[in-house]
Design a binder for this molecule. Structure first.
Ligand SMILES: CC(C)(COP(=O)(O)OP(=O)(O)OC[C@H]1O[C@@H](n2cnc3c(N)ncnc32)[C@H](O)[C@@H]1OP(=O)(O)O)[C@@H](O)C(=O)NCCC(=O)NCCS
Length: 321
């Protein structure tokens, strides 16, 4: 078995790369999506590490580098691991472990301090990550309320409308302003929302509610919905009026369904959500693990180094990988 990087893969290996990814996740990272994220600058130079044998990709692990504001205000890149998968008929051979060790070696050499990933604590992969030194540093909090079918009309004057593709650059500015002075996944790479749209991971009319003041966007909420619930994993505004307008608009959209908030929206909008009778769950099973790339550290040390326990810590849907 060889460990190759993305640019070493031959065109004839592409079907096996797709098959391994499809077998692990049901989806596949296409070459055009890889090109979009590479152009944005969120991938490492080598994109990822691939376990290859007899000309076939049997495993993959992608490596990202994202800007991160540390508690002392320093902005550095942190590494992110995404899409760790191996073929079920080759499981238990150490493919995942070896790919991750290779990513760690490369990221350490790059001088990066921390590496993070998102996973579910109840999955088998969690144990693999623990053995490699990752610690649970953040579990996604939730706020949940069953929204009645009939609601009072909106109580404020900020207008909310569906998102437009042309809003995206302006919404990135909203993100910059709304997260200034905070710790964590900020500032984002310029054109992150535009790249998400290009990669078809964000469809503004369906996935965004935009608050406007005098026609100018001053806040937005991402919306994920299905017949039973609406969920907001990202809400950023330039003021409390826009936040309230977006909360009301989310609830209107979720009438007769469960309305749920997660990630930083829960802490940031906690007072208003509490006032509206939401049930709070401090942590779910899904969350972020992180590891110091040099020297050992326990979970509370890693949490303190990354600042995740501080109210200023910020993480939204667009920061999950
Ligand atoms: C999770 C996954 C990547 C593991 O791949 P793998 O190549 O079989 O893993 P490895 O052989 O490197 O295993 C590393 C260690 O974990 C153990 N392990 C492997 N799969 C395990 C599982 N499902 N539960 C518990 N332990 C497991 C191995 O025994 C090995 O232990 P060791 O280091 O003490 O020898 C693979 O099962 C997979 O693709 N799953 C579906 C996608 C997925 O869930 N990815 C993770 C998303 S966060």
């Amino acid at each position: 078995m060889q460990l190759l990087v993305y640019d070493d893969l031959k065109p004839e290996m592409e079907a096996s790369r797709a098959a391994t990814h499809l077998g692990a996740f049901g989806g596949f990272l296409s070459p055009s999506e890889v090109a979009i994220w590479r152009r944005l600058g969120s991938f490492s130079d080598y994109v990822g590490v691939f376990a290859v044998e007899a000309g076939q990709v049997l495993g993959h692990a992608y490596a990202l580098r994202l800007p991160y504001t540390y508690p002392d205000g320093r902005v550095e890149r942190v590494s992110g691991v995404a899409g760790v998968g191996s073929r079920p008929d080759h499981r238990g051979r150490g493919l995942a472990r070896r790919m991750l060790e290779e990513i760690h070696r490369r990221e350490r050499k790059e001088g990066i301090d921390h590496i993070a990933l998102w996973t579910n604590r109840s999955w088998g992969a969690h144990g693999i990550y623990e053995r490699l030194g990752y610690q649970d540093v953040y579990g996604i909090p939730l706020a949940v309320r069953a929204v009645p079918r009939t609601m009072r009309p909106a109580s404020n004057t900020v207008r909310v409308r569906h998102g437009r593709v042309t809003d995206l650059p302006r919404l990135e500015e909203v993100h910059v302003r709304a997260t200034r002075g905070r710790i964590g996944f900020t500032p984002r790479l310029p054109r992150s929302l535009v790249a998400e749209h290009k990669a078809r991971a964000l469809d503004p009319p369906k996935d965004l509610l935009v608050a406007t003041d005098g026609g100018r966007p001053v806040g937005y909420a991402r919306v994920e919905e299905d017949p039973s619930r609406v969920r907001c994993p990202e809400l950023l505004t330039e003021g409390p009026g826009a936040a309230l307008a977006l909360i009301e608009a989310m609830e209107r959209r979720g009438r007769g369904r469960m309305c749920t908030w997660c990630l930083s929206a829960v802490a940031d909008q906690g007072a208003e959500l509490r006032r509206r009778g939401y049930l709070f769950v401090p942590t779910g099973w899904y969350g972020m693990m992180a590891c110091r790339l040099r020297g050992e550290a326990n979970a509370s040390q890693v949490r303190a180094e990354l600042g995740v326990d501080q109210p200023r810590w910020v993480v939204h849907r667009g920061d999950q990988f």
